[in-house]
Design a protein around this ligand. Structure first.
Ligand code: PHE
Length: 486
């Protein structure tokens, strides 16, 4: 059992939490995943739904998660159990914590492979292995990098070891220190790339692609992807933010920190889009080229620009660091749960977790070579890990948490943790009770084919339904609460 008598570690500096949470949020999701899924789902409409999901779902869920963490002062499982217990609700709600912990672990299992690409490309930049002047040559280099399990395995193993080493060192010395200089560096690098993109000839097309809204171009699949990505990019419902929140000092404002993290994350994602798509269009590449998108496009830009090799090296250093500050946050939940409950040291917990992680990530890595044939319903193990976590587990976990916070628990705990003025608190409550759950449910209903919610044409109706449900919900909530608590 957790040792409640011992005060929990807290972030050292005033900026500790914001830096660490931003480090967690900003990662491969922004620079690798956002551009490539935007390319796959057709651009502007996807971007708009993604931004709406960040605001309507991401921000309220993040506030809720941080509040759970700080109130419960523990890993997701322990924190949710405690906060639920405090309000007399069932301990079964801690299943949400189990799912989050599993989710973080599953994400990390494929994340280390992608982070491994980044390290491999850094090495290629340093050793001159990226010579090539056409899209085809770059695609061939990307393919060759994946072909050998030994090569790919080497890089993902390196990422696993680095992650566990940092986590093993602890919250302050390991995590907090490593993020404080890396975020600004990343932003500068992206700004340089955008500057290059502005003169590459593809900038206008990139702007149009990213910001022209064409409702017809968005499928239900794309909406589900946008929702899932909002969760992924903000590190929600996967243990990371909740656990980091458990180290947050009592006086820090949860709303303000959430907003800073969400804004920083969104800015970096949009900057990445503006850096990458001009290169893609200028070189006649296909935006829907899949996970290899940035690895096949950016090296071309670096080659064409003055001092390109230097910038390329800096870029991949930053990308690798951004990946690490995210990867460490994915296991922090597991490591903190093990140290709190199993009486083992942080070091032992980290390396133990690392071994299991290494085994699963090796299977994910094999999806690109030896296991290329091992598919289930057309998806590799790597794709399954990504698909299950972003599309289903994170939105479901988020849904569970907002419903728990909005309807089941006594308001007092959240009032104290969030410390908002009555009007802002009412807004938060309205968001977690109605807007976020309905947003998540709508997208699920649509994706499961239960009803077609043609995006763009029916939204006045959706608003009306939202209004009706809100009124009914407000009237019924005292009963609901009693029913849940019983
Ligand atoms: N938010 C991280 C990124 O964008 C990924 C992540 C997901 C980190 C879940 C922690 C937990 O790269």
């Amino acid at each position: 059992m957790t040792n409640d008598a011992q005060p929990r570690t807290q972030w050292l500096g005033r900026w500790g939490f914001v830096l660490a949470a931003t480090g967690s949020a900003v990662g491969l999701g922004n620079i690798w995943k956002f551009p490539y899924i935007t390319g796959e789902y057709g651009g502007g409409a996807f971007v708009l739904v993604y931004l709406a999901c960040i605001l309507a779902v991401g921000v309220p869920v993040m506030m809720t998660e941080i509040a759970f963490g700080r109130r419960g002062r523990g890993s997701p499982i322990d924190a949710i159990r405690r906060v639920a217990g405090e309000a007399g609700a069932s301990p079964v709600w801690s299943l949400l914590g189990w799912m989050a912990m599993l989710c973080g672990f599953m994400i990390l299992s494929f994340y280390v492979v992608v982070a491994g690409w980044s390290f491999a490309y850094l090495w290629k930049m340093l050793s001159g292995g990226l010579a090539g002047s056409s899209v085809d040559e770059m695609a061939a280099i990307f393919g060759a990098n994946n072909e050998s399990p030994l090569n790919l395995g080497f890089w993902s193993t390196l990422v696993t070891v680095a992650t566990m080493a940092i986590v093993g060192k602890g919250v302050q010395a390991g995590i907090e220190k490593s993020v404080s200089w890396m975020m600004p560096g990343m932003v500068v690098m992206l700004a340089i790339l955008i500057g290059y993109g502005a003169f590459s000839g593809g900038f206008g097309e990139a702007l149009r692609f990213l910001f022209t809204f064409d409702a017809g171009s968005l499928s239900s699949e794309g909406m589900l992807a946008a929702l899932g990505h909002a969760f992924f990019t903000l590190s929600l419902a996967s243990g990371a933010i909740l656990t980091y929140g458990s180290y947050l000092p009592g006086r820090a404002s949860i709303a303000r920190t959430t907003l800073s993290v969400a804004v920083a994350d969104t800015v970096v994602a949009l900057m990445a889009g503006l850096a990458i798509f001009p290169v893609i269009f200028a070189n006649g590449m296909e935006p829907a080229s899949g996970p290899g998108l940035i690895f096949m496009s950016l090296p071309l830009a670096f080659q064409a620009m003055p001092l390109g090799t230097l910038f390329g090296i800096l870029f991949f250093v930053m990308l690798s660091m951004a990946a690490l500050t995210s990867s460490i946050s994915m296991v922090e939940a597991t490591v903190s749960w093990l140290t709190d409950n199993k009486g083992i040291s942080r070091r032992t917990a980290s390396w133990g977790t690392g071994i299991v992680l290494w085994l699963i990530s090796t299977l994910a890595m094999l999806s690109f070579n030896l296991g290329a044939e091992w598919t289930l319903a057309g998806k590799h193990f790597f794709d399954w890990l990504d698909y299950l976590t972003s599309r289903w587990m994170m939105p479901l976990g988020g849904l569970g948490m907002v419903l728990l916070a909005g309807f089941v628990l006594k308001n007092q705990a959240f009032r104290e943790e969030l410390g908002l003025s009555p009007a802002w608190h009412a807004l938060w409550l309205f968001m977690v009770r109605y807007v976020s759950p309905l947003g998540i449910l709508m997208i699920f209903v649509d994706a499961l084919g239960i009803a077609k919610l043609q995006f763009g044409s029916h939204w006045p109706w959706l608003l009306l339904v939202l209004g009706v449900i809100t009124v009914v919900g407000e009237l019924a909530s005292p009963r609901l609460k009693r029913a849940f608590d019983a």
